[in-house]
Design a protein around this ligand. Structure first.
Ligand code: MN
Length: 285
C-alpha cells in the first residue's frame, strides 16, 4: 500500500495519479494523553489502519495526486537516525573536497557509527526546503529511508526486515561547515520525507533500488542501494545495538556521490524505483 499524509493531515492511498481519501481509517488509533508516546501512533498501528483503509477504498473520494499538498508520511517519528558516509564513492569524494569535509576527519561508517537529526527538521515534499545560512554551501543528499515498524533492540541483521514498516524517499539536506553533523543537518526543513510510505506488502527489493536526484533537470546523483557499504539489515543491527528502535523511527541510509549545492529557486527531483518521486522546491528561510 502507498500511504500518504496530505493537505490538512488527511490520510490517502495513492493509486496511479489519484489519491483515495481514507482519513476515516485514523479513527482506529487510540486517543493518547500526556505524556505522549515516543513512537509514531500511525506506524505503531499500521496493520489496523491499513485494514480499515482497505475497507474504505471502494467508496473513498478520489482526488488528483498533483493537486494535493504532500506532508511527511510519518508525522511524529521518535527519532531520525542517519548513516553518515555509506557509499564508497561518496567517502572518496568527501575526503578529497575540503568544501565538503571542512577539515573534519571523514571516517568509514564502521568507525563513525550513526548520527541523529532533530525531528523538528522534518517536512514533506510539498513543504519544500527553506535554506538558512545562504553564505554557506547547502547540499542535497538523496537517500533511501527505512521506516521502523515495531519496537526492538539488539536486532540481528537476519531478522531486521521483520522490524521494517516500509520505505520512503528522503533528502538529508546539509549545511557544510566545521560544526557537528547533527547541528548542520537539523535546520528546519532540512529533512524531507516522501512522497508517501511504501509498505512492505508492496514487495520492493531493498537490496536493488536504483535512484536519481536532479536539480533543475540536471542529473546530480545516480546510485543503487546495492552499492551501500553497510546494507539496510546491518544498519538496523548497528542502530539497535545502541538504542531501542520504535515504530515510526526513520533510518536515513546514506547518500551516494554527487552531492552538491542548491540555492533558492532551485527544484530538486528525487526518484527511487519502487518508492516514487518527489519534487522539492528550494527557497530562502
Ligand atoms: Mn546523509
Amino acid at each position: 500500500m502507498l500511504l500518504c499524509r496530505f493537505d490538512d493531515n488527511r490520510l490517502g492511498v495513492v493509486e496511479g495519479d489519484q489519491v483515495k481519501d481514507v482519513t476515516e481509517a485514523l479513527a482506529v488509533l487510540p486517543g493518547y494523553r500526556y505524556p505522549l508516546p515516543v513512537f509514531d501512533p500511525l506506524i505503531a498501528h499500521l496493520d489496523d489502519v491499513m485494514e480499515k483503509a482497505r475497507q474504505l477504498l471502494p467508496s473513498a473520494k478520489s482526488v488528483s495526486l498533483r493537486s494535493v499538498k504532500l506532508l511527511a508520511p510519518v508525522a511524529s517519528p521518535g527519532k531520525i537516525v542517519a548513516a553518515p558516509v555509506n557509499y564508497l564513492k561518496h567517502l572518496i569524494e568527501a575526503r578529497e573536497d575540503d568544501q565538503i569535509h571542512h577539515s573534519n576527519r571523514v571516517e568509514e561508517i564502521q568507525r563513525a557509527g550513526l548520527f541523529l537529526k532533530a525531528t523538528s527538521s522534518l517536512v514533506g515534499a510539498s513543504e519544500g526546503v527553506a535554506l538558512k545560512h545562504l553564505n554557506r554551501r547547502n547540499d542535497h543528499e538523496a537517500e533511501v529511508v527505512v521506516v521502523i515498524g515495531k519496537e526492538g533492540r539488539d536486532i540481528p541483521a537476519d531478522r531486521a526486515l521483520d522490524y521494517v514498516a516500509g520505505f520512503c524517499v528522503g533528502l538529508d539536506m546539509t549545511t557544510r561547515g566545521p560544526e557537528e553533523r547533527s547541528f548542520r543537518k537539523s535546520i528546519d526543513s532540512y529533512t524531507v520525507l516522501g512522497p508517501w510510505l511504501t509498505t512492505m506488502d508492496e514487495g520492493v527489493d531493498h537490496t536493488r533500488m536504483p535512484f536519481t536526484l536532479t536539480v533543475n533537470g540536471e542529473l546530480r546523483q545516480q546510485a543503487n542501494t546495492q552499492d551501500l557499504v553497510m546494507g539496510i539489515p546491518a544498519l538496523i543491527e548497528l542502530a539497535s545495538s545502541f538504542y531501542t528502535l520504535h515504530p515510526g523511527d526513520l533510518l536515513f541510509t546514506g547518500t551516494p556521490e554527487g552531492v552538491g549545492p542548491v540555492v533558492p529557486g532551485d527544484r530538486i527531483h528525487v526518484e527511487v524505483a519502487g518508492l516514487g518521486a518527489m519534487d522539492v522546491a528550494v527557497r530562502a528561510q
